[in-house]
Design a binder for this molecule. Sequence first.
Ligand SMILES: [Zn+2]
Length: 172
Amino acid sequence: MLTTKTAKTIKIENVEPGAGAIEYAKHLTVGLTREEAAPIIAALMRGELNNPTDNRVKQCDYCSYWWRDDSLRNNKRTCSDRCRTKIKSLHTSERRAKEALLNPEPKEKKHTLMDDYIWWLEYPFWINEYSMIKIGWKYEKPSGIALMDYVDSKNALYGKGNRKKKTRELEF
Ligand SMILES: [Zn+2]
């Protein structure tokens, strides 16, 4: 037996019905002509066609059309993924607007180590030794004794490049 389920106030105007709502309307008007379906759709939109004992039939939070929740837990609030995304971004922008209203001052940017490097002048320099060391070691790694030894002997053998020096042969 179909009776009226009260429609909640529609918050958002002129929203296209989501996939779930279309599916539900289709299911109610299957096999009907356009003329036959029109009054049913009108009644559906007024919320008059829903079985009050069927707690799976609800109004989508975003598009506010009626739809039937077939999910396992019956805890969805929107008729389709699209409506879900839309209402989420709506809530996010509402929350941001509220936050902006409550704290109008822009958040101060967090001070980073690189802020202590004055790079835009002719001679770049650090204004904080700690920051300089924390950043600088990545670019100027100190070499250990073993590595320096290796480089020295390599240079003696090959010179600056990678080619082995010709050893001069002395004629006796
Ligand atoms: Zn929807």
